[in-house]
Write a protein that binds this ligand. Sequence first.
Ligand code: HAM
Length: 391
Amino acid sequence: MHRFNYHEIRTPVFEETALFARGIGEDTDIVGKEMYTFLDKGKTSLTLRPEMTAPVVRSYLQHNLQHQSPLQKLYYIAPMFRQERPQAGRLRQFHQFGMEAIGLDSPRLDAEVIALAVQIYTALDISFSLKINSVGDPGCRPAYRKELQAFLVSAFDDLSADSQRRMETNPLRVLDSKDPGDREVTKAAPSILDFLCEPCRTHFNDVLQLLDDIGVEYTVDPRLVRGLDYYTKTAFEFISADLGAQDALGGGGRYDNLAEQLGGKPTPAVGFAAGIERLLIVMEQNGFEFPESGIDVFLVALDDKSRQWAFRELYSLRSAGLAVDIDYAGRSIKAQMREANRQRARFVVIIGEEELATETASVKNMQVGEQHKVNFDDLQRFLVDNIPLAP
Ligand code: HAM
């Protein structure tokens, strides 16, 4: 995010329910079925956020961020809540990272947001396919919607009950149905790409050209419609073959009318969000070794006097910037050494009667197995010199 000059934004975990109902759309699964909604003591309906785009735009408008700069590039890493049936890759509390570029309608921003997601997935060695589409805008979408609805009416008997119902309220979502029968039927459905108005078509072609320019591979999928109603023009999704039924790693798109829907001035914007747990599932499957950072020093004390000395030393080594720990259970030296290993300590400092008498600690470098005698006065210097301090 820093590389692409996006800045962090944090918003509250809950918002007024109306924000999501208006922003995401009443007819969507998220608003219709999946929100954790409750009344507070003042009888205001609140909802645990199911996503971050609406809250970020709410915050942008509330704090007049457009006065700071014509373009705000914001990112977040945060928990989201959706009351879905839990299964692999689908949780009721999950985490997203995402970014929103708010204020301008340049197709370069669509391409930048996609490129940023590509760089993150690539850095984590995650293979993906990118699907992209244009869902038009309120100028051209109604004509397509009508045409699609006419097609769905003609195929009514072959559609699932869900799609038969959706056909009325939100026909584009039928294209997104997972039902195999629906998928077969909609293969012959009209394509939105044949209905785009001139500005939407130009924008889409520009985005594709920019992706070609930077070597990002994609598949144009005219059936891609996202589960949130705020999208205009560009919509895209990253899919992983390593995930099961829940195969979307992340998705996003342009939402030029959301700010206005929430009571603000017309404010074009584009963004993306990725599910972090799904990312981890894929990384685990790829055999990714998650680095486990150990501590710098473990202090092993053999008797009460040594423990007293060690407790003081613990404090001063920590003040010097080292990550240090000690045994609190009064265990045997063997158990303490085992604990030091478990904590992946780089150095173990052993203190007993003899060490106290000579004011010399036994220091063991756990990585190379060497043992040193170090004078108490030199101990801190010795450890700091031998351990690169964390930033
Ligand atoms: P979304 O497609 O609803 O888009 O969610 C984005 C990603 O969050 C999904 O692709 C998936 O990886 C993850 N995700 C969603 N639901 C769950 C769940 N129940 N359990 C685990 N992971 C899940 C959005 O949320 C939009 N706000 C994206 C966006 C940002 N559009 C523009 N800007």
